[in-house]
Design a protein around this ligand. Structure first.
Ligand code: PLP
Length: 482
């Protein structure tokens, strides 16, 4: 490890405290507050003397004093912080890793608990994470290298996103999702979460009522709330969001927007039917309601043709379309986007300019190349075939090991199954036992607007292969019996 630099201001020579003691005192203070850790090397006496413009003997005197007090040890030609510090110091010090809570000497406008970190599971059903083992990293790395080498993407750029990426994305959306968008109607953001955040902060005024699906996607609820929205839950059934119920909520007072996942409803996986879609668009047009359509896993539809997005037929101009490459490529790349009218895109870009300026143009260009060459589309087709096999494998394993305990309809698409659990089973206790058996599952409670327990489970099948799915279900069954 490199020795630390020594930013200490020695007090003017008129003070009574000798300089060597000032140096020793500064080092003691750094050890106490954890800036210097046991085993860390101190700078060489010659270099520290140069930095502080003092005589080397002064530094040596300070080091001798620290050593005599047990703060440091001299070994070979280096002085290091002692491994066994005086007890009182060791007890008061912050822990070695991630240490130091830090005192907050001011108030936060928006304090808030973070989402609990994901538990590391041996086998995690995850909620629709792609299999990261199959991400085409070689292709991506080559494209990234080319994008980086061009250097012109290393400066500031367009807040809407890298031009070739938006243009390739526009073509992709037109070919695969029937959307007639051009690049200037696209805004690239940090995942669809980042896209929703931009939209929410552009659209919502504090106190605005925004309808959401119940059960639904809590991450989106948090984003909408952070923008000041008062959320209004609307129930979901086997045909998606109950539009009649939404109409009822509109009678109680105006709504600014409705956030929904019509293609594969999150978490129930159902697809919104055609008549509800038409009713929703009509209702939205009449009430000037923004329809925030989150089409997060459109590519993974296994039966005949996917249902096209609401945004594909939106004469009233009410739909704000949110998409992501998190499912077909990788969530860590944070490639999400919004498609909407130019006025909206410009407003979102202005918002982004005041936040972090722009996204990562190099990654966006790399993704553009994959799209232009058809490689991402080929990868998505490959993954669809793989996920379809996994969907079957999970269904088979559930029928074999858990028949009677759970029931489900095979979803037409998506990356998860939504299970109805026998109400006699305590789903939460089952999940806790499964966790101990090394299997991660998410219970219905996580998606309930009021956090009530629900006799349901959402099991993602995309991140585990067939053998792992079989093993995970076997353990799940064991956890149920134990
Ligand atoms: C409903 C829903 N929307 C969006 C996303 C994708 O989020 P992002 O693009 O921010 O990675 C997910 C991923 O889990 C999701 O479940």
């Amino acid at each position: 490890m490199r020795p630390w630099t020594f930013p200490v201001a020695l007090r003017p020579s008129c003070t009574r405290e000798p300089v060597f003691q000032q140096i020793a005192q500064a080092i003691r203070a750094d050890i106490r507050r954890g800036r210097l850790r046991p085993g860390d090397p101190l700078p060489g006496s010659r270099s520290l003397a140069q930095t502080l413009t003092v005589h080397r003997n002064t530094v040596l005197a300070a080091y001798r004093e620290l050593e005599a007090e047990g703060w440091t040890v001299a070994e070979q030609r280096t002085t290091r912080v002692a491994l066994d510090l005086p007890q009182s110091v060791a007890a008061a010090r912050p822990p070695l890793r991630g240490g130091g809570e830090g005192r907050l000497g001011y108030d936060l406008a928006a304090p808030g608990p973070r989402r609990a970190p994901r538990e590391p599971n041996l086998l995690c059903f995850g909620g629709g994470l792609p299999d990261l083992r199959l991400v085409p990293t070689e292709l991506l790395a080559r494209a990234y290298r080319r994008a980086l080498a061009s250097r012109n993407l290393l400066g500031y750029g367009d807040a809407r996103g890298e031009a070739r990426f938006r243009s390739a994305l526009a073509r992709f959306l037109s070919e695969t999702r029937g959307l007639a968008v051009s690049e200037d109607r696209l805004m690239v953001a940090g995942g669809s979460q980042g896209a929703l955040d931009l939209v929410a902060r552009t659209l919502i005024r504090p106190g605005d009522r925004v309808a959401v699906e119940d059960p639904g996607y809590p991450a989106a609820w948090a984003t909408l709330r952070a923008a000041g929205a008062e959320l209004v839950p609307v129930p979901v059934d086997e045909a998606g969001l109950q539009v009649e119920s939404l109409a009822g909520r509109l009678e109680e007072g105006p709504l600014r927007a409705v956030y929904l996942t019509p293609h594969h409803q999150f978490p129930t996986t159902v697809t919104m039917n055609a008549s509800r879609r038409l009713k929703l668009l009509d209702l939205a047009r009449r009430h000037r309601l923004a329809v925030l359509e989150d089409d997060y896993d459109a590519e993974f539809h296994f039966e005949c043709r996917p249902v096209l997005p609401l945004a594909g037929d939106d004469p009233g101009g009410v739909v704000v379309y949110l998409g992501t490459l998190s499912k077909i490529l990788a969530p860590g790349l944070r490639l999400g986007f919004v498609a909407g009218p130019r006025v909206l895109v410009d407003a979102l870009a202005a918002r982004r300019e005041t936040a972090d300026g722009q996204g990562d143009q190099v990654v966006q260009r790399a993704a553009a190349e994959l799209l232009e060459d058809g490689l991402l589309q080929r990868h998505a087709r490959k993954m669809r075939r793989i996920y379809e096999v996994r969907r079957e494998a999970l269904a088979r394993a559930l029928r074999r090991h858990l028949a009677g305990a759970v029931a489900f309809d095979l979803p037409a698409g998506g990356m998860s199954l939504w299970l109805r659990v026998d109400p006699a089973i305590d789903t939460e206790a089952w999940a806790a036992r499964a966790q101990r058996a090394g299997v991660g599952i998410t219970t219905g409670r996580a998606f309930d607007f009021r956090g009530r327990p629900r006799p349901s489970l959402r099991l993602g099948f995309s991140a585990l292969d067939e053998r792992e799915l079989e093993e995970a279900v076997r353990r799940l069954a064991q956890a149920l019996r134990s």
